[in-house]
Design a protein around this ligand. Sequence first.
Ligand SMILES: [Mn+2]
Length: 353
Amino acid sequence: MENKIINFLREKNIDGFFVSKPQNVRYVSNYTSDDAYLFITEKENYFITDPRYTEQAEMECPNYTIINWREKGKNIAESVKLIIDNLNLKSFCFEGDYVNYNIYKDLKLINTEAIAVTGIVEEFRSIKNDCEIQNLRVACQIADRAFERIIKDIKIGITEKELASKLSHYMVMEGADTKPYGNILISGKRTSLLHGIPSSKSIEYGDFVLMDYGCGYNGYLSDMTRTVVVGKATQEQKKIYSLETKMLEDSKIAMIPGAKATDVYEASIQAIKDTEYFKYHYSGIGHGIGLFVHEIPFMGPRSKEVLKENNVITIEPGIYIPNWGGVRIEDQILITNNGNECLTNSIRELLEL
Ligand SMILES: [Mn+2]
């Protein structure tokens, strides 16, 4: 992936790119651990880390010169200065939305033009290659298998926390990366909380149980949501669930290459726009996903994005009624050359457990 950066540098006439956002470091270099920075130039690529990670960096990034910044100076910026002086660079860019103030302050002391850029590597990351798609596909299959297992555990009396912990366990046992990322598993009235955290509440008869979860596979993430009911669903639960199902289906039909994010949003609200439930929807209905859970392109009424082949995007319209509960179904979608393919395939009909 270094070539994409070098092309960017040539185009903009900049001499170096300092990469600091962890997902971007991984994307560009294939390094899988923490605390690392890259400095990419046309001549040579540098990998800046501390002594805990130098051995791993040598193994995973053989085409980089590894710099142990603790040895070469007292901070990251001094290593950057060393590179700039060695190669006699006139300018470099850094990620303005990620470099922290202390590093920025030190970078500014280097007598070279330092240019803040945003979203460059993220733009590359939004189009997935075959290998990335395969990793995402497996991450979704693991989440689907975990769903098969967790629905057997949803019983009256078990707590949200206990279920959330089992769900994480199942994903690791099914092959997920062990690095955790936040899973939502909430029940009853709490299901109206868009990003509720699993609590000590016990599951009760009649509860909705909303599971918004996923896992990593080789660093690539899945993100899906299913909402089930414990016992027999009420008429109102059934009605809202079927509206939600329609919202999801309508959204998916709109997810084709060339469609605007706003088209997808418009499609998502068709089923509810003339109902009393319209006021309970949330307009952020999806996001790109890859090495990070929320990445471009974002789906919603204010998004300027256009869907492209090999975007991988979640679609998750929802209805959230405060003090009553919420329903969300979320799938992860690959945009193909003429439509889309759903990577998450767990049952979407309302399950009464
Ligand atoms: Mn999501």
